[in-house]
Design a protein around this ligand. Sequence first.
Ligand code: IVH
Length: 686
Amino acid sequence: MTTLPAVQAQFAVSSRTQYEAAIERLREASQAYEKGVSVLDDASYDQLRRSVQAWEQANPGEVSPDSPIELVADGAVPGGDVAHTTPLLSLNNAFDADDLMKWGASLQSRLGRAPQGGYAVEPKIDGAAVAARYRDGRLVQLITRGNGSHGEDVSHVIGQIDGLPEQLAVPATVEVRGEVAFTQEQFEKANEVRAAHNAQVFANPRNGTSGTLRAKDRPYRLQMTFWAYGAVELDGVSFLPAGATHAETLAAVAAAGIQTTADSPAGLHVVADLAAAQERVDAIAAMRAGLPVGIDGVVIKMNDTAEQAVVGVGTRFPHWAIAFKLPAVERHTVLEDVVWETGRTGTLAPTAILAPVEIDGSTVTRATLHNPADIRRRDLHIGDTVTVYKAGDIIPRVQGAVVQLRPEGALEVPLPEVCPNCGGEINKAQERWRCAKGTACALPALIEYAAQREMLDIDGLGKTYVAALVASGDVSDVADLFTLTVEQLTKAAKSAKRAAKLAEQIEAAKALPLSRVFCALGVLGTGRSMSRRIARHFGTMEAIRQADATALQGVEGIGPEKAPVIVEQVAALAPVIDKLIAAGVNMTEPQEASAAEGAGPLAGKVVVVTGRMSGPLEAYGRSEMNTLIEKAGGRPGSSVSTKTSILVAAPSTGGKPSSKAVKAAELGVTVLTPEAFAELVADFLA
Ligand code: IVH
């Protein structure tokens, strides 16, 4: 089996024929890109481009006059009607620290000395470049990059771009340059609007932006966002402070009311040298997944404009700036199949089976698809080349199909006609389909789940016994476990001794805290931590049953979407809960458990755990760590954010620190080794 999609297998450029094919391919890909279609993903494009460049360097006498390598946008874009005031250039790329050092050396040799003005480091927003012309404070024209010397007039989108006001507070005449993109939120919204108009959903925000800038006659408007990354004078008027640095120029643009890269959460930082610039690159890389807009790199610019002028510009890009490319978080691969599984709660979950592809440091072979309606909205066919997105810890997801690359005769992703688990009817009333039997469909799986140590702790109740109990009809829901007779258990376990042990464990389970029993019910969206929070918040099962959606939102982590789903499920489980009560199962959360939250060494602290534990915590898995944190009064968190108090992480052993550790360092979050953490919570260790 090949581990690379077909598109990547063709990258070798070792002959004149391959070289010519490769430059043609580059041109096609960049032409499509400018139209809002990715026929080659960014990583593959960069790789192909580097192969062509290497071949040209090795064979200087054979460089084709048609080579796009030295042209802006690789020569893809015909110049539009509007001449740029000064060329709107692209950026040269650095792919690693070595490239950055080489760039530093080139600056030094062009300048004849080491740069002294420092470097501005800012995010490279993944959208489309535009020049926005303001005359007397009014936004009069918007122009795409085009071929760098001429662009297209896209003034029709004026008024559709946050951060780029139509009227400034000051009567400035200036050309502001920057990137237009959909934020993640705007992208979701844009695709909803597209779906409502029966238009194909955008495969990714960047394609959506290019397409939206070009489309003049849409019956709907889609909101985008602008971040300025530069400004030049217009009509000979100099709005910009004389001798201003790059950072000062953007500050002047911001003061006029326009959003700049400095306003993004990644910010604009001026640093003294390239080592510090590399640190900022790493910091921005670590926050990437949490940014409101997609970035494909970090731009480093000499901050002093006088030094910039000496270093100068080339035909494609300025010598004084470089884009440090981050690993692609979106790749193309082939959708080979879609498999469906019925989850514990009876929901049918589709999973995409993909030709293996390397994304952000790991090989992805499966990705989440949401539901049948979403699959149709994304117009997915088996055999399609699809864009797959994955960043950091985020579960990979299929964004959309590259329709242009669809094999002939490809069939739409088939939707299941019967429940993949029990073969029964499907309830299609909601976007997420469910087995008509609900939780009863996946009964054995649910009972096995309920019996786990963290829930009812009936560890003698393995798969085989559960299967026997369900098959005999003795168990048709979780509550039935509590009314099993010794005879029924003996039949299932085929041993009186084992049955007695099971009966003992079941009896003990009746006294467990409410949080455990609630969790064992398998209510959608209520895992162990959430069940504990719900049980502590309400104290009794009766209070949970009486809670409406508003009351449920009093529990941390339950929002307006989740709340009604929980209410509905708790109501549907009424017969099971009644049976549990009748069987004498405890329905209250002990006070001590709730008291723990206000006391203990971790009181009020959010603790995130990453990597393998060691020392006294060696045997602690993730779930044991969460229990430990809660016992010590804290709250477990899953990702590092400004709310995190402590990150427990094994020290990095020379290799790359984990992305969580990098983020913690960036946010100033305390990082403790497992040993140091164990000392802190010593009183709570088993
Ligand atoms: S500076 C003369 N800064 O990336 C300097 N570009 O791949 C030109 N981009 O064409 C660009 N964020 O459209 C600069 N902070 C940023 C940027 C940025 C995104 C885009 C820009 C450029 C492309 C090059």
